[in-house]
Design a protein around this ligand. Sequence first.
Ligand code: PNS
Length: 162
Amino acid sequence: MARAVCPGSFDPVTSGHLYVFEQAAARFDELVITVVVNPAKRGMFSIAERMDLIGEVTGHLPTVRVDKWEGLLVDFCRDSGIETIVKGLRSGTDLDYEAPMAQMNRELAGVDTLFLLTDPRFAHVSSSLIKEIAKLHGDVEAFVPAPVFRALTARLAGERQV
Ligand code: PNS
């Protein structure tokens, strides 16, 4: 059984991420989307909220499982019997950032990284830009799946009332 992991912060998951999940799910028997916990960083959404949103937007992908992990990604791979990490690339800048991690993960544990180009429609989309634009009342509906747009709108409406 060929298993892969798509790791990330996913705060929140975007349409660019979803495109890569769909591409990856078509290539493996099981795809585990793992929210990597960074205790030093408090996100807009909790880990549980991020996982719920990923579950909701990948409901049409039956071989996807959503998980979370704190620690070295290669340890997650070893514990879960995963041989491949899948990462989406938007640009050469992403590759420059990702390549040393991919090399390191291969050296640490023999786990290879498969890079998939995102759809050009989402080449400029990142979770951090989405949050910044949404906080400043910009329209991000075209860049995130509908449940994420609703969650962002509700979260920011709540904050503005405080
Ligand atoms: O969505 P992000 O924040 O760009 O994802 C980066 C992430 C979480 C996938 C990366 O930082 C990671 O793999 N963290 C786990 C800790 C780890 O294994 N670090 C060593 C990498 S060689």
